[in-house]
Structures are given as structure tokens and as C-alpha cells.
Design a protein around this ligand. Structure first.
Ligand code: FAD
Length: 317
């Protein structure tokens, strides 16, 4: 079922989760251990991230360094199929521009359609770690908007090659990313929202936000989007802080602020267990306030900490 239909049929705030494919394609059992305890909360859908390969230099036996492609978390499509099979819950694969030609994207979409997957979260992806700016593959999509247009063309029966005209009929529901604290490359929030509007006007049916730790930023953002004519559901993305080092890693990686109160409460902790407790309490307060405000879904980035998320969700729903 499409995410947008879950949202339309909902009588109250829904819950959903995001998971990562296992590192280096390791057994899927680790993923089940992660997800099983969360399934009692009846998530409406589960997102599965996509991770492009990274190129890095490795030393060969003869001492010479050579550039190799390292694939960290393969398996997004297979994991989506396995999730749908095991839990009978809709899986939402993340689909990125980076690293894909349009033909490869088309093949991936055909796979998804054959597997009965109705949803895609369409993203640009980031530049690989050792590159300064994002460059599409030759013949690939540059922005999420372009990738979205490709999905919509397929939904309308237009494949890249004429002889695929009788190929599987797709009908994907398209979600996109949104940034309450602005995407780091955008010159300002207004411009970034204008780009979100282009995605929505082009056919995106909902957006999921980057994580944030200050609800007022989300509320202001949703209002600014409405004022700019963006009228699709904007789903808040939420993540618990569970270690001191995340106070620097999260802002550096995701370009979001950690409020002073939260940062100082975490700095004052003397054990990991205390940090986890502070992070859990913060997420609980965020979740309660957002639910009370009637947000469509609470979407949790579970990232290795399903028990913290479970602990929060059971107190909110
Ligand atoms: P876009 O919407 O294409 O925007 C990228 C930048 O270009 C923005 O600054 C935007 O303002 C600007 N822009 C957009 N259109 C135009 C235009 N026409 N002209 C000029 N500028 C323009 N990354 C992964 O690799 N895998 C994942 O699984 C993944 N999941 C994510 C899930 C969520 C909910 C979020 C919020 C992010 C996720 N990301 C993921 C990260 C995402 O790929 C990066 O943030 C990326 O840098 C931007 O992706 P986007 O889809 O927002 O890009």
C-alpha cells in the first residue's frame, strides 16, 4: 500500500521506522533482532536506506596504492522484499541519484515493481566522502527532482527505450527529503523550500524531514512551507542521542543543531547509561509534543538503538 494512502486513512498519528542494511551484507538476522522488538508498535511502513559505494585507496601486496570501490551496506532492495515478506508491512526503499545511470535506475525500479513495492523515497545522495561536491554519473540524475521525474515518466508508461514499452506498469508513491534547518548546500532556507516546492509540484506526495532536536524548528518550517505553497504532509524524522560523541558527529554529518539544554545535560552525564537516559527523555518529550500537535507520522531513525526507540514509542502510543 502507498504511504500516501496510509496517511489519508489514518485517524491518528502513525508510527514508522528507518533501518539501514546490515554492514557489509552481513546476515539478515541482525536486522530481524533489530526490528522484531519494534513490530509490536504496528509501524505503517519501514524505510530502508541506500548507501552508494565509496572509492578509497588501498595498499596492494606490492606496496602500491590503488583506488578501489568499497561497498558498505548493499542489499536495500532485497531487504525491502524480506521485510514485506516477514512482517507484511510496507517497505520504502531509498533511491538515490548518485552512482546510478538512468538505465540502472530504471532497472532498479523494475525490480521494485516486480517485488510489489509501491513506494520510493527519492533522494539525490551526497558526494562520496573524498569528493568535495556531488557529481552525477554520466547519464545519471543530478537532483532529486530529476530522479523523481524519471519515476513519474515510468509511472506514466514511458521507459527510456522504446522496446520496453510493454514493460511492467509502475505506480510508485514518491516521498522526498526536507530540511527544517536547511540543506547544507542551499544558500538560505527560502531557496531550499523553493526547491522542495519544485519537488512537490512535480509529483512528490509527502516529505520526510532530516532529524531535528528542537520541535520549534520543525513547526516553523512546516508553517514556512505552507506559506510557500507546499501542501503535502511533512513527516518529522526523529533520532535519539545515545552517546557523548554524537554531540559532534551529528552536527558535522547531518548539519543540524543540538539545543544547548540537551547538549549540556549530556555533557554533565558520567556514564553511557546516563547519556542514554537523557537522550531517551528528550526524544520522549519531542515525540509527545509532536503527537499532540497532530503530526501525520512519528518516523524514527532507529540506527542501532531499537531499544531506546521502543522505550519511547511505548510511552507515546
Ligand atoms: P535535492 O532535493 O536534489 O537537493 C540537493 C541540494 O540542491 C539542496 O541544497 C537543494 O536546495 C538544491 N537544489 C535542488 N534542486 C535544485 C535545482 N534545480 N537547482 C539548484 N539547486 C537545487 N542519502 C543517502 O545516500 N542514502 C539515503 O538512504 C538517504 N536517506 C535520507 C533520508 C532522509 C529523510 C533525508 C532527509 C536525507 C537522506 N539522505 C540519504 C541524505 C540526502 O541524500 C542528502 O541530504 C543529499 O545531500 C540531498 O538529497 P536531496 O534529495 O534532499 O537532494
Amino acid at each position: 500500500m502507498k504511504v500516501i494512502d496510509h496517511l489519508r486513512q489514518a485517524k491518528d498519528t502513525l508510527v514508522s521506522f528507518e533501518v539501514l542494511p546490515p554492514l557489509k551484507g552481513k546476515g539478515i538476522n541482525a536486522l530481524w533482532d533489530h526490528l522484531d522488538p519494534l513490530m509490536g508498535f504496528n509501524p505503517s511502513f519501514i524505510n530502508v536506506t541506500y548507501h552508494r559505494s565509496e572509492s578509497m585507496f588501498k595498499r596492494r601486496n606490492d606496496g602500491v596504492f590503488e583506488k578501489v570501490e568499497v561497498r558498505k551496506r548493499p542489499g536495500t532492495v532485497g531487504i525491502c522484499a524480506a521485510i514485506m515478506n516477514r512482517y507484511k508491512v510496507d517497505a520504502v526503499p531509498h533511491l538515490i541519484c548518485g552512482g546510478f545511470t538512468r538505465q540502472e535506475t530504471e532497472d532498479a525500479l523494475i525490480d521494485l515493481a516486480f517485488l510489489g513495492i509501491d513506494n520510493v523515497l527519492v533522494l539525490r545522495g551526497d558526494a562520496p566522502k573524498n569528493e568535495t561536491s556531488f557529481e552525477p554519473e554520466p547519464g545519471g540524475n543530478r537532483y532529486a527532482t530529476e530522479l523523481m521525474q524519471q519515476v513519474i515518466r515510468m509511472n506514466n508508461g514511458h521507459y527510456l527505450e522504446e522496446d520496453l514499452k510493454n514493460a511492467v506498469k509502475t505506480d510508485f508513491c514518491i516521498g522526498v527529503a526536507a530540511y527544517p534547518e536547511k540543506h547544507f548546500e542551499a544558500p538560505n532556507l527560502r531557496t531550499d523550500i523553493a526547491h522542495l516546492k519544485t519537488k512537490v509540484d512535480g509529483g512528490a506526495e509527502y516529505a520526510v524531514t532530516q532529524m531535528f532536536f528542537d520541535n520549534s524548528k520543525y513547526f516553523q518550517y512546516v508553517q514556512a512551507c505552507k506559506d510557500a505553497g507546499v501542501n503535502v504532509p511533512i513527516i518529522p524524522g526523529l533520532k535519539p542521542i545515545t552517546s557523548k560523541k554524537q554531540l559532534t558527529i551529528i552536527p558535522r554529518t547531518f548539519h543540524v543543531d543540538i539545543p544547548e539544554d540537551l547538549a549540556s545535560a549530556i555533557m554533565a552525564c558520567s556514564t553511557d547509561a546516563q547519556v542514554e537516559q537523557v537522550g531517551t527523555e528528550w526524544l520522549l518529550q519531542q515525540s509527545r509534543e509532536l503527537k499532540q500537535a497532530g503530526v501525520p507520522v512519528l518516523h524514527y531513525y532507529t540506527l542501532g538503538k531499537p531499544q531506546v526507540v521502543a522505550n519511547v514509542v511505548k510511552q507515546v502510543f
